[in-house]
Design a protein around this ligand. Structure first.
Ligand SMILES: Nc1nc2c(c(=O)[nH]1)N(C=O)[C@@H](CNc1ccc(C(=O)N[C@@H](CCC(=O)O)C(=O)O)cc1)CN2
Ligand SMILES: Nc1nc2c(ncn2[C@@H]2O[C@H](COP(=O)(O)OP(=O)(O)OP(=O)(O)O)[C@@H](O)[C@H]2O)c(=O)[nH]1
Length: 462
């Protein structure tokens, strides 16, 4: 990416037709360029929206009536002069406006270049800039909230006291080395150990938060499994919220896996309905070819899933015992999260539900839509238990996670070395490494390489 101070332009609204479309410019020439193609009733003023006729450069014919806003440097998103033309959202019109901007001296912005300029001017740090794209990419409200929090500097605020402590400790240790002969009042070992711990603790909490951050960002896959006719497709449809999978009274209705992305408590979940377990049929050679392929796909779906939802029909429980097929699923779930839905609960009295089932189960009736909310709750609760809470600041990108993990590793190495009475020069190496990792996290000392990777993944016009 180029960092010269030229003027960039891009359409900031998504491609396609819409009520309004915005062309945005940033740079020293932005105002002159726009003034070269609009007729204003009143002159542009900082922070004011102005209605303007836009004309075709050279031909003088009117192209649109638009709203033009000038954000005067340094009070703008990029800290440069920014001009926005909010025109009607016709792709051909917006294309023409952008072409005219280029003809009058602007350069087409590269993806993420507006936000990159905001970063380079110091308005945003790297975690905030990444959060801008996170917010744009959000598909659930929870993702949007987390990104907005980070865009507001929540992660940076968490990091900056850690960095401050680190710098203070480095300074104190260096002073100790430089003035070893002088009789200075130096930090004692207990205090050094205490400070190392104070640095490691918040880093460890942040590192841990990525387990949830990753789930929040990428979601997870949940396979609905169980014996024929247990009500897998019915329950799947309840979770999806509409009749996605075919349901009939006939066992073996679902032949292929059916999947759908849903939002469960703010987490994107890929739900997969499977053809189910058809062991006896399969072993007896009674499956036709399509069914046999369906069973193979079910197995793959089960193997790929992060979480298994085993659906058991409550009315089919023989003396309260689980069928061997279901027991096999439970045994095979080892290590993965398993939730058991005791479905068709409407067909049995409560007295028949307790059974040899040791796993926690949720009583459901896909028919009456009961227990489905509990099921969603159980799915989420399990995730939170295995990946941490939602309350703390969440690390959401692998880049952030790498930087934090590296900083933590260096601090831990310092802690271990210190216990083994490592010389302070060696401790300092670790501490400088930790500081370097935190600098990379927020972009305090940035290299072209990381900037290219981060901003290159943005949308154009951002
Ligand atoms: N029309 C429009 N909507 C937008 C943006 C934009 O650039 N234009 N944004 C971005 O892409 C986001 C909002 N972010 C922004 C952040 C700061 C400034 C800004 O100009 N800040 C000035 C103060 C301006 C004022 O107070 O009026 C500053 O901080 O100095 C603008 C947008 C989302 N919505
Ligand atoms: N009474 C009652 N019937 C249900 C319930 N859930 C599903 N059923 C019925 O059970 C039958 C089988 O439901 P499906 O959802 O197709 O079951 P499945 O497990 O996907 O079946 P396969 O496709 O054979 O694997 C249908 O007739 C459903 O209407 C329930 O909670 N209560």
């Amino acid at each position: 990416m180029t960092h010269v101070n030229d003027t960039i332009a891009a359409t900031s609204t998504p491609p396609g037709r819409g009520g309004i479309g915005i062309v945005r410019l940033s740079g020293p020439e932005a105002k002159t360029i726009v003034e070269g193609m609009v007729r204003l009733r009143r002159p542009l003023a900082p922070g004011r929206a102005r209605v303007a006729e836009i004309f075709e450069v050279g031909a003088e014919s009117i192209l649109d009536e638009a709203v033009v806003t000038w954000f005067a440097a340094p009070n703008s998103y990029t800290s440069e002069d920014v001009i926005e033309i909010a025109a009607h959202g016709s792709p051909v019109l917006l294309r023409t406006l952008l072409k005219q901007c280029i003809a009058l001296g602007a350069r087409l912005a590269e993806p993420g270049e507006f936000t990159e300029r905001a970063f380079l001017s110091g308005r945003l740090d790297l975690t905030q800039a990444e959060a801008v794209q996170g917010l744009i990419d959000a598909t659930t409200l929870q993702q949007a909230r987390t990104a907005a929090q980070q865009m507001g500097g929540a992660l940076s605020r968490q990091i900056s006291p850690v960095k401050r402590d680190l710098i203070q400790l480095i300074a104190a240790l260096e002073a100790g080395i430089d003035f070893a002969e002088d009789d200075l009042d130096l930090m004692d070992d207990l205090e050094i150990a205490r400070q190392l711990k104070a640095i490691a603790t918040p880093l460890a909490a942040l590192e841990k938060s990525f387990a949830y951050g990753k789930v929040l960002r990428d979601g997870f896959r949940l396979a609905v499994v169980g014996r024929p006719n247990a009500g897998k497709s019915s329950l799947f449809n309840r979770l999806v919220g509409h009749q996605r999978a075919i349901v009939t009274a006939q066992a073996g209705t679902t032949r292929d896996t059916v999947s759908e992305r849903v939002d469960i408590g703010g987490i994107p979940v890929e739900l997969v309905d499977t053809a189910g377990l058809r062991k006896e049929l399969a072993e007896g050679g009674m499956l036709d070819e399509a069914e046999a392929i369906g069973v193979a796909r079910s197995r793959e779906a089960m193997a790929d899933a992060d979480v298994l939802l085993l659906v058991v029909a409550a009315d089919g429980m023989d003396g309260g015992m689980l069928h061997s097929d279901d027991q096999a699923v439970m045994a095979g779930a080892a290590g993965r999260r398993l939730i058991v839905a005791l479905n068709k609960i409407d067909l049995v009295g409560d007295q028949r539900t307790p059974m040899s089932l040791e796993a926690k189960f949720i009583a459901t009736s896909a028919l009456n839509d009961t227990g489905v909310e509990d099921l969603r709750g159980a799915i989420l609760e399990g995730l939170r238990a295995s990946s941490g809470t939602t309350d703390s600041i969440t690390v959401t990108s692998a880049r952030q996670q790498d930087a934090i993990a590296e900083a933590l590793k260096a601090v831990r190495s310092a802690q271990e070395g210190f216990d083994g009475s490592m010389p302070h020069e060696m401790l300092l190496l670790d501490l400088h490494e930790a500081l370097g990792a935190l600098d990379r996290l927020t972009g305090a000392t940035h290299t072209e390489d990381i900037l290219g990777v981060i901003f290159g993944s943005f949308c154009i016009g951002k």
